[in-house]
Design a protein around this ligand. Structure first.
Ligand code: MN
Ligand code: MN
Length: 321
């Protein structure tokens, strides 16, 4: 961050030609850490919480691993032909004070911080944490932008009513978002769905509520380009929110996650999927379910960091227009 008198402040990553990438402290993409939201367009926010998982915990360590894996990110995105940090002032907001034992208290903390972010028209790049953290992000987003179009990339629908009598878990988040009227199912889509299900009706039930469900098999059959075209058409020009569960990607490309499912997107396909969403009016993003204890050689964290860089680039394209 530099500020000459009379000039608006600009936020850039630390210059890695002058200061080696492995010199800390670590922030996302070596961007400035600040909670002063003045002049900021987008913020990386860590939400280190995994109290909503129903299987293997560990996603509370996600933000730290993603920051460390983000040190190699550079200034120009050649796929989307944009220098995102020339268009947007992006800061690392740090982590939200979660409450390890309480979903509800964590939701309150997330809401409190995110309210300030959305009210200022700033776009959050939230890094989980398990998928339960998406609910307060959507709640606060909808207060500013109304009903949102949701693009949900995941192996799982996360539309279960409850687990162990609990209404708020990482597998119920979009059922709650639907019930609370935060998202418009007719402009929303679940992409990458695969694996064994709780029942034969799980997908048709989501469809009967109005959601489009694009299974991994359907992606295989129709191809990513056609799928992206369809998503863009469905979402249209209104406010869109992108929630990306890293387990949408194949365990060979994202082993570090709590509920892996075989047969998912490769890293290359995940990039192509995001590039195919260019032009939509994104107002918020999250990347969830990176669980470093199951990761190997930072495979998952590096992918996650790069996907968040694509989020920033997509937002830069939206703003540039
Ligand atoms: Mn999920
Ligand atoms: Mn999932």
């Amino acid at each position: 961050m530099s500020r000459n008198p009379g000039e608006a402040k600009r936020f850039y990553p630390i210059d890695s030609l002058k200061s080696p990438r492995f010199t800390g402290p670590y922030t996302f993409a070596r961007l400035p850490h600040t909670r002063d939201l003045e002049g900021v367009d987008a913020v990386f926010i860590g939400i280190p919480f995994d109290g909503g998982v129903i299987f293997r915990p560990g996603a509370r360590l996600g933000p730290a691993a993603v920051r460390q894996a983000s040190l190699l990110l550079r200034l120009y995105n050649p796929y989307l032909k944009v220098k995102p940090f020339d268009v947007l002032n992006v800061a690392d907001y740090g982590d939200i004070n979660t409450v390890p034992s309480s979903v509800e208290s964590t939701y309150q903390s997330v809401s409190r911080e995110l309210k300030l972010v959305y009210e200022r028209g700033i776009t959050p790049l939230a890094c989980g944490g398990d998928h339960s953290i998406t609910l307060p992000l959507l709640r606060e987003a909808s207060k500013t932008y109304g009903k949102l179009a949701l693009i949900h990339v995941d192996a799982h629908l996360d539309m279960v009513d409850q687990h162990f009598s609990q209404k708020y878990t990482h597998g119920t988040v979009f059922r709650r978002a639907y019930e609370e009227g935060l998202i418009d199912p007719h402009r929303s889509v679940h992409v990458g769905i695969r694996g064994s299900l709780y029942s034969e009706d799980e997908i048709s039930e989501a469809e009967s509520l109005g959601f489009q469900v694009i299974t991994m098999r359907s992606v295989e059959e129709r191809g990513l380009e056609a799928v992206c075209r369809e998503i863009r058409r469905r979402v249209g020009g209104g406010a869109a929110y992108l929630s990306f569960d890293i387990d949408a990607c194949d365990p060979s490309c994202a082993p570090g996650t709590g509920t892996p499912e075989v047969g998912g997107f490769t890293s290359r396909e995940a990039l192509r999927l995001l590039h195919g969403l260019a032009g939509l009016e994104f107002v918020g993003f999250d990347l969830v379910e990176v669980a470093p204890p199951y990761d190997h050689g930072e495979i998952t964290a590096i992918l996650a960091a790069n996907l968040i860089y694509e989020f920033i680039s997509l937002k830069a394209l939206t703003k540039r227009r």
